[in-house]
Ligand binder design. Structure first.
Ligand code: KIV
Ligand code: ZN
Length: 550
């Protein structure tokens, strides 16, 4: 059982999760109490049920370790009776994760509950989560049970779980499409049998915030007992976060959430959204707080995305790559003066990079000059005016403006040549399970060809070493990331390589259906950037400008 206690001194909860949350059920009008909002993460159970996700036990363990660093209260690690693999994963997590309590899901059958307990028994703290469907649709077409039979199952399943553990959660699946009278009968039975958490699943994402909030309020008022209320909201109408927050406002003190909002169909409420809404709008949630270490949010999101293969949409709240990016001129001008003009969250508090200015057709002069300055180009007066006009023309035709584009524009305005880069003319690689991999590259630059060969630890390593041999930059590899742009066996591999030399760090990107070729292209793009960056540091643009003032 997870024990927690209110320390009584400063309105903050120490660790006793379920006790403080239960007290909120009883003392909900006492605004002096700061309740702990229990964060129940179900990424490894409901999240893993998303189509196409299949994590192996090692990957689940890696995610569980990161969830522990993030500071969640519960990790729902799986559904032990569903397969030997799930049982093993839950057991491995129960044995090695310390900090969060570990939870296993179970149907009401006695043998399922026993199997669930078996997987959890070595955990420091654990919970059994018993569920059964209660809506007419599910009882008639799925369970083929009458309401009376379902009620008996609730009795049996919860009572059995209680024989094993003090900490028992009960969920009436499809609660939001269940008649309120039957729902309350079932919930009462679960509390009588010892359930300490009543979870209210909006299984098909049918809830609307005010309606869902009222249901939670009624449960609090009308079901007597010592328990806390939990929300479990799916996102079929895009309302999972809103419904969870409405639940919290009405007295729920646990939210069931997934990283990046993954889960069945349209997914579950996103952990990062619920947590940050409670943090940022503490005026609306004055009596609750979470124990989440928010600086770990972006890292956790990236890990889950990488291991599940589910990309995070660019405009995803909190963790999307555009969550702190600004393109419109007025916005860019605002955040360059003070980020609070268009940002309600300090990016660093969620582990993201702060205010990123993205140059595009909506960008203004301020952002344009700022980008040049970040590249080490200090141009003024007519040069800037002309270059800005050229930039706007280009932006109308091209979606993304790269550093190389900017440099070409400005160099043309001041009448100097842009350093020409290397071009990959050909790449040949060989390798396999026997012997070293080999690569031969032919590069061209300013009309002449350079050729080099190298061996390596795998074909990617050999290709990158051959490019290094041909270009002699002396750079060292500072980062390598490969991801798939599209699905399927012929997916485009997207490689980003970072190189470091003399305190200059650059990155290059390459895309191809062949990851070795994508890697070679990324390496060469980084080499070209490095050469330009080094030349720039020895070149003072401002002396070449017709300087008529800033
Ligand atoms: O969505 C749902 O109803 C569930 C239950 C098992 C809690 O995931
Ligand atoms: Zn669910």
């Amino acid at each position: 059982m997870v024990n927690s206690s209110y320390d009584g001194s400063d309105g903050q909860v120490s660790v006793d999760v379920s006790e403080s949350a239960k007290r909120s059920h009883k003392d909900n009008n006492n605004a002096d109490l700061q309740d702990h909002l229990v964060i129940f993460d179900t990424t490894l159970r409901d999240g893993e049920q998303a189509p196409g996700i299949s994590l192996d036990p090692q990957e689940k363990l890696e995610i569980a370790e990161q969830l522990a660093r993030l500071g969640v209260d519960y990790i729902e690690a799986g559904f032990p009776v569903s397969s030997q693999g799930d049982f093993d994963s839950v057991q491995a997590i129960a044995r090695s994760i310390h900090g969060p309590a570990i939870c296993g899901l179970s149907r009401t059958h006695v043998s399922d509950v026993d199997r669930c307990y078996e997987a959890l028994r070595d955990a420091d703290k654990s919970r059994i989560h018993v569920f059964i469907s209660t809506s007419p649709e599910h009882m008639e077409y799925m369970l083929k049970m009458s309401p009376e039979q379902v009620l008996r199952e609730v009795h049996t399943g919860v009572a059995r779980a209680k024989e094993h553990l003090e900490d028992v959660e009960f969920s009436p699946q499809d609660a939001t499409r269940t008649s309120v009278d039957f729902l309350f009968e079932v919930l009462n039975e679960a509390v009588l049998q010892g359930a300490t958490t009543l979870n209210i699943p909006d299984t098909v994402g049918y809830g609307i915030p005010w309606d869902f909030g009222q249901l939670i309020s009624r449960i609090r008022r009308e079901i007597p007992g010592d328990y806390i209320i939990s929300t479990h909201c799916h996102n079929d109408l895009g309302l999972a976060t809103a419904n969870s927050l409405a639940g919290v406002q009405s007295g729920a003190r646990q939210v069931e959430v997934c990283i990046n909002g993954i889960g069945e169909r349209a997914g579950n409420a996103a952990l990062e959204e619920v947590v940050m809404a409670v943090n940022i709008r503490s005026d609306q949630f004055p009596t609750v707080s979470t124990g989440i270490n928010t600086e770990e949010l972006a890292r956790t999101s990236r890990l889950v995305s990488r291991l599940t293969g589910y990309p995070v949409q660019y405009n995803k709240a909190i963790v999307g790559r555009n969550a702190f990016a600004h393109e419109a001129g007025i916005h860019q001008h605002g955040v360059l003066s003070d980020r609070r003009t268009y940002e309600i969250i300090d990016a660093a508090t969620v582990g993201q990079q702060g205010s990123q200015i993205v140059l595009g057709k909506h960008s203004g002069r301020h952002a344009f000059i700022d980008s040049l300055e970040k590249m080490g180009i200090h141009a003024h007066g007519d040069v800037i005016n002309q270059a800005f006009r050229r930039f706007k023309d280009l932006a109308d035709r091209k979606v993304e403006i790269t550093e190389a584009d900017l440099e070409a524009i400005i160099a043309e305005e001041i009448g100097m040549d842009v350093e020409e880069g290397y071009v990959l003319e050909s790449l040949e690689v060989s390798g396999g399970t026997e012997g070293a991999a080999r690569a031969k590259v032919v590069l061209s630059r300013s009309g002449s060809n350079q050729e080099a060969t190298s061996e390596g630890n795998g074909m990617i390593d050999a290709a990158c070493k051959a490019i290094e041999a041909a270009t002699s930059t002396g750079a060292e590899l500072a980062g390598f990331n490969v991801s798939s742009v599209t699905g399927g066996i012929d997916a485009l591999g997207d490689v980003v390589i970072q190189l470091k030399s003399d305190n200059i760090k650059v990155s290059g990107k390459g895309v191809s259906t062949d990851v070795v070729e994508a890697s070679a292209r990324a390496y060469l793009a980084a080499v070209n950037r490095l050469i330009r960056a080094k030349n720039r540091t020895t070149h003072d643009y401002s002396t070449l400008t017709a300087d008529t003032g800033p």
